[in-house]
Design a protein around this ligand. Sequence first.
Ligand code: ADP
Ligand code: ADP
Length: 229
Amino acid sequence: PPVFRAEALTKTYRTGEVEVQALRAVDFEATAGEFVVILGPSGSGKSTFLNIIGGLDTPSSGRACFMDQEITKLDDRGLTRYRRDHVGFVFQFYNLMPSLTARENVRLVTEIARRPMKAEEALEMVGLAQRIDHFPAQLSGGEQQRVAIARAIAKNPEVLLCDEPMGALDPATGVKVLEALMRVNEVTGATTLVITHNAAIQDLAHRVVRFGNGAILGVETNARRKAPS
Ligand code: ADP
Ligand code: ADP
């Protein structure tokens, strides 16, 4: 059964006189444990799509469901609860608290989560067992991003949404971040969607979705990496 289902999602932004059609009737489904990569040129609607299914934004029309729940019907409180309980986010910039260690940054989340894992467990999962008591300034960009991934996954969300998580990193460092995401996906079974410009990542995904001009232009299933079902 799908974890997510989006039906005919559209989003129109208005700035003064100007209207931008960010999404045009997007349909999408993801199953439990899937690792999906989202590709497409800048401005093609990838972030808008991710933000809507993550409950950070609402569509102009269409619906999005998470399990049995129609998230596009939720009010602000419902959306806040949905994000808190079910969704982990990773963005291009890590937004770690500079005055807190890696462990303390992750604990900010585990302390308020419903069914968290231990901060140490999350940090070990992303390969940072040796960096648990380091401060962000003592970590490389890739390591800081892995702390951010540990923070996103420590609450045990069903869904992990990543918007250009390698965008600020050089390719070699980006690969390590990608490997951390794949490991998290395998260990926790969280359905993982990753927006990226890095074409190398395609081979590792279960499925690749290509956006263009606010629509999904194509979906490819990776014959060499079968999604769990
Ligand atoms: P992508 O993630 O593929 O780069 P986005 O979803 O960020 O694309 O943007 C899709 C389109 O919507 C772009 O034309 C962008 O300029 C526009 N857009 C995105 N967010 C806003 C906003 N808050 N206000 C106005 N236009 C926006
Ligand atoms: P290509 O575009 O040829 O697939 P990459 O995606 O690896 O190559 O990107 C080339 C360089 O640009 C890398 O250092 C990568 O980390 C960086 N990069 C990619 N996307 C972004 C982005 N959105 N913002 C900033 N840097 C990026």
